[in-house]
Design a binder for this molecule. Structure first.
Ligand code: HEM
Length: 522
């Protein structure tokens, strides 16, 4: 190596850091004159404020103060824009979606836990993958799933009833998020993958246990260090390889790396279960071939036989990634949404009573209401939509400009991050009126004139990346709530109990929400 090169390289490195942290955001960026909060700290910008508050709160405050376009500087001088006008969101998410892909850091952080599948791909690959996966989510495929779904709900109802009967107080405290994680995973594993997970009866070593451990790692600072970690070359590949978990003991000296090692170790356990699902189904398919079936697992297995334009067929690792995608994206969101709904019902007793009346009338005609009668239960639908509006399981997402472009009359340079404020949109007074932040299920029966069916409620987002599992999640939530609310009463532990949303990729209560559960006498 040239003896002069080291000082030069050092100087160049120092200049690059100075440029990124100071020169670009403060003096050169074309976005620097846009309104927004102060730049914040040199290294982390406004990130500490975002992490310290409830999901969406600082963004709502900034949009109110500086909107409708706000510029915020995040970690290492990276700028992001927040738009609140529907036309801007329509352009970013729908009309010009190919110009606003998911950024690499987001794909890699999610890739660690949901694999590299539909949730992380973008552009043509996303179109191709959706086309293959779509049939598994059509109504024709989903409606028959309702019976196995009820089988599992009944198992939970029986277990809870027996446990409550054994308790001398006549009621029992359940940590609702843990319970909903087990229930939604049991349903998803059975209906999508034909796998009996038994999370309730055999929790130790179960998939639910692994996902619960993963949840404990989902704090704001951890997410921040994962985002930083995956920005280094080869780190994402290493973390998702079969090797990373073996290195965990070596990472003890550094808490951030060590947490990365724990994540890799938990994911290794989940992958073993995903492979077992794949193997069991392959063995089954010798008796009943999967080629003419359209459930999710069959479609994943068929992808092994489908040529991708210019690429190889799905390998075993690809198929495990697909399973991880649907397991992760499917249960985590649905269990969070059910948890928040039960929280709202425990807090708003009149709504709980009204829902029970509607659900009991339905169940008295048919103990296992069919897909259509669930869908046509107006108050049930209103409660679920209102809960998703106030507590969207994914409170935000992010996109990145792939080229220099213009949004809402603002020049957006290539590489600019766009923060999509799902929770802020869902509770924006301009669309929902003055009581936008209150729980009022009745509003769904009398929607405001400003309501826009595509963009006012973004819990499932909009456009070509909109949630593929929406119908599946809605069907499952309707069935679970109908049965649970007719069989049990849900109460706060004390009148001052609060459920604080934890900052992270998905939004859950910090204490996982303990509630008192009592049986309804029939
Ligand atoms: C209440 C339940 C659910 C909510 C609120 C929800 C929400 C969302 C949101 C907001 C996105 C877009 C994320 C982004 O673009 O950054 C998304 C995408 C996705 N969701 Fe869901 N989801 C739910 C349930 C499900 C279920 C049950 C499944 C499957 C079993 C699922 C699978 C997916 C997949 C694969 C994507 C990526 C779609 C694409 O990019 O083409 N979700 N979901």
């Amino acid at each position: 190596m040239d003896s002069d090169s080291s000082p030069h390289q050092l100087l160049y490195g120092a200049y690059k850091i100075l440029y990124q942290l100071v020169i670009w955001p403060r003096f050169l960026s074309p976005l620097r004159l846009l309104p927004g909060p102060p730049l914040g700290s040199l290294l982390s910008g406004q990130f500490p404020v975002i992490l310290a508050e409830e999901a969406g709160s600082p963004q709502r405050r900034w949009l109110k103060e500086y909107g409708p376009v706000v510029r915020v500087v995040g970690p290492i001088g990276i700028e992001r824009l927040i738009f609140i006008k529907p036309e801007a969101l329509r352009q970013i998410l729908i009309t010009d979606w190919l110009d606003f892909p998911r950024p690499d850091f987001y794909r890699h952080v999610l890739g660690l836990v949901v694999g590299y599948g539909l949730f992380t791909v973008t552009g043509d690959e996303s179109k191709w993958m959706r086309k293959i996966m779509n049939p598994a989510f059509s109504n024709t495929r989903l409606i028959p799933h309702i019976d196995p779904c009820y089988d599992i709900i009944d198992e939970y109802v029986d277990t809870l009833s027996n446990e409550i009967d054994e308790d001398p107080t006549g009621c029992k405290t359940y940590v609702i998020h843990n319970l909903m994680t087990k229930l939604t995973l049991d349903i998803l594993c059975l209906t999508a993958f034909g796998y009996k997970a038994n999370n309730l009866s055999r929790f130790e070593g179960s998939i639910a246990e692994a996902y619960e451990e993963l949840l404990d790692l989902q704090s704001g600072p951890n997410i921040a260090s994962f985002c930083f970690g995956v920005s280094f070359p080869f780190v994402p590949e290493f973390m998702t390889s079969g090797w990373a978990h073996l290195f965990k003991p070596l990472f003890r000296f550094n808490p951030a790396l060590y947490r990365g090692g724990i994540t890799a170790e938990i994911m290794h356990r989940i992958k073993i279960i995903a492979r077992r699902m794949l193997d069991e189904r392959r063995a089954d398919s010798e008796a009943a071939p999967f080629e003419d079936k359209k459930d999710l697992m069959s479609i994943i297995l068929q992808s092994q036989c489908t040529e991708k334009a210019g690429k190889a067929r799905s390998s075993n690792a690809d198929m495990v990634d697909h399973i991880l995608t649907f397991l992760g994206a499917g249960h985590d969101t649905t269990s969070s949404s059910l948890t928040w709904t039960l929280w709202l019902l425990a807090k708003h007793k009149s709504a709980q009573i009204k829902l029970r009346e509607e659900a009991s009338a339905l169940v008295s005609k048919n103990p296992r209401p069919d897909h259509r009668s669930l869908k046509e239960s107006p108050f049930l639908e209103a409660v679920i939509m209102e809960s998703l509006r106030l507590y969207p399981p994914l409170p935000q997402t992010v996109r990145q400009a792939a080229k220099d472009t213009e949004v809402d009359g603002i020049f957006v340079p290539k590489g600019t991050m766009i923060y999509v404020p799902i929770r802020v949109f869902n509770t924006w007074e301009g669309y929902w009126g003055e009581n936008a932040e209150e729980f009022r299920p009745e509003r769904w029966q009398d929607l405001p004139e400003t309501y826009n069916s595509t963009l006012s409620m973004l819990a499932f987002i909009a456009g070509p990346h909109a949630c593929i599992g929406r119908a599946m999640a809605m069907m499952e939530m309707r069935a679970i709530l109908t049965i649970l609310i007719t069989r049990f009463q849900f109460d706060l532990l004390d009148p001052n109990q609060n459920a604080i949303p934890r900052a992270g990729v998905s939004m859950k209560p910090t204490d996982s929400l303990p509630l008192r559960v009592t049986k309804i006498s029939t």
